[in-house]
Ligand binder design. Structure first.
Ligand SMILES: NC(=O)c1ccc[n+]([C@@H]2O[C@H](COP(=O)([O-])OP(=O)(O)OC[C@H]3O[C@@H](n4cnc5c(N)ncnc54)[C@H](O)[C@@H]3O)[C@@H](O)[C@H]2O)c1
Length: 257
């Protein structure tokens, strides 16, 4: 089987596929032969989707109606959803006593409720196919905490509970569910944090990465989006069907400590 036909006939929905990790995954699944549908918020994401020959469904996935529309439109156009990559997310940094309530609500809506709803809406199609892949892009912050990221860390921990439950429920129907938990990946989300921290601390961007962000890690470098994409694509292969309910770290050795 050639690389291009590995996922031939599969329909993949990738949320937040307009940038960073989601874009790399969308490209990779497309290259492996899947029909890819990107759900994202921004105008740029529509252009990016067109560039990589993916379908695009615009919507704010904090809204349950947008989650329903993303799966509904995909089913209308392609009659199936085989692969769901819950990737859309964002970061907000503030101590708990100053954490804005509306930001907390939005973080849970985008990074926990939307993955639940999308899984729920896509599930009957996966059951009908007796084949499905739910890939949740959690984070190393789904497993450990750092200060000042309460909303993000709570949502990412919750996502692991959702993943495990889906894995147990999907086992009889050929559906696997896994969480990928990366440390810092070189994307706009992280590059902005590096710049902010470098300015705040008066040190270079390289030192922010090695001494601050990756202080607990064995390997002191950012992960590249294509590395996460390759991992996600592997999970979509038939030979990955024994991997389910797993929290798969890609953390530069962070949690080995
Ligand atoms: N970059 C990292 O270091 C890192 C590490 C671990 C986990 N993650 C997770 O990976 C995922 C992708 O992160 P990234 O670094 O590629 O970020 P990014 O900012 O480059 O991309 C995120 C994408 O999600 C979209 N998005 C955000 N809110 C949305 C909403 N309400 N509705 C629809 N789309 C929305 C954005 O428009 C954007 O295209 C996130 O869930 C993030 O938490 C990132």
């Amino acid at each position: 089987m050639t690389g291009h036909s590995l996922l031939a006939g599969r329909v993949a929905v990738v949320t937040g596929g307009g940038s960073g990790i989601g874009l790399a995954i969308a490209e990779r699944l497309g290259s492996a032969g899947a029909r890819v549908v990107i759900g994202d918020l921004t105008e740029e994401a529509a252009e990016v989707a067109a560039d990589i020959d993916a379908d695009f469904v615009h919507g704010d996935l904090a809204e349950p109606s947008a989650c329903r529309a993303l799966i509904g439109t995909t089913l209308e156009r392609h009659q199936a959803v085989h692969i769901l990559v819950n990737n859309a997310g964002f970061q907000h940094v503030a101590p708990i006593h100053e954490f804005p309530e509306d930001t907390w609500q939005r973080m849970l809506a985008v990074m926990l409720t939307a993955p639940f709803l999308l899984t729920r809406f896509a599930w009957p199609s996966m059951v009908a196919a007796q084949w499905g892949r739910v890939i949740n892009i959690s984070s190393i912050h789904g497993l450990v905490a750092s200060p000042h990221k309460a909303g993000y860390i709570s949502a990412k921990h919750g996502m692991i509970g959702l993943t495990r439950t889906a894995a147990l429920e999907g086992g009889e129907d050929g559906i696997t569910a896994n969480a990928i938990c990366p440390a810092y990946v070189r994307t706009p989300l992280v590059e902005n944090q590096v710049e902010d921290q470098a300015a705040a601390r008066g040190i270079s961007a390289d030192r922010v990465i090695s001494d601050v962000m990756l202080e607990p890690a064995a390997v002191k470098r950012l992960i590249e989006p294509h590395e996460v994409a390759a991992f996600a694509e592997f999970l979509c292969r038939d030979e990955a069907s024994a991997i389910t309910g797993a929290t798969l770290t890609m953390d530069l050795g962070w949690t080995a400590r």
